[in-house]
Design a protein around this ligand. Sequence first.
Ligand SMILES: COc1ccc(C(=O)Nc2ccccc2)cc1NC(=O)CCSc1ncnc(N)c1Br
Length: 277
Amino acid sequence: FGGGMMRQGWSIDNFEVGRALGKGKFGQVYLGREKKSRFVVALKVMFKEELKKNGVEHQLRREIEIQTHLRHPHIVRMYGVFHDATKVYLILEYAPRGELYRLLEQKGHFNDAETATYVTELASALIYCHERKIIHRDIKPENLLLGIYGELKIADFGWSVHSPNSRRATMCGTLDYLAPEMVENKPHDETIDIWCLGILVFELLTGKAPFHCTDAEGGQMETARRITHISYTCPPSMSEGAADLIRQLLVYLGSHRLPLKQVLAHPWIVANKQDRS
Ligand SMILES: COc1ccc(C(=O)Nc2ccccc2)cc1NC(=O)CCSc1ncnc(N)c1Br
């Protein structure tokens, strides 16, 4: 089925459409099944009008070019794309265990073994991307899905670009994952993903993003100030090893952040990561 997937000429008539899986950027995602092969996929349906209104057609085209060539166990596959008069459809790998952030909400936080295993999977996917000069720029629980064994898969490369890049993404929503160079609108490179990895480690272990400020605490301005001043504290519940890894990731200068290969070799990761299945 995969090979055939790249053949052009798919239409929605080739698929049975099932329940809604979630709401991605610019569109709704449904469970789908290709009729002949019965292969199950996730179908993301986006309205051309909305893409045009948001001026993201070129971004989507680049995304499709990037994504259709990526093959990695911890990156959600994009098998293909088709469109009709009003909509664009992305044929995506279905992640059977859904969204990581829902699991995080449910559990409150993860333990060292679960977190170190997710970090290992994410770091290996990011190494694969960075080798191809692709930076994701939007690593956060909302963009991470879970495969059949509960393994992590990066999805929604909505903001991926080729590095180095200084174009400012119109960031909507939370500032929590913004790196200092993004807050200060400076040029950035793939080390931006290493910053986001540091934010993620903290959030998976504590259930909170390190620089988050509620509106009462000063809101987004205060969050931005804390990011550029690297002003956060690890809770006493956090192990020294995890705090050490976070300290080496949340570094102001991108070039001074722990390289991904050294993340995989960090003592806390090596001591706590588990094998899946
Ligand atoms: C490789 O995955 C993507 C690649 C690209 C884009 C995308 O929209 N790009 C884009 C859209 C507009 C403009 C520029 C880029 C989106 C995704 N993926 C998603 O949105 C995730 C859909 S939710 C889901 N998917 C599978 N299994 C589940 N259980 C769930 Br829940």
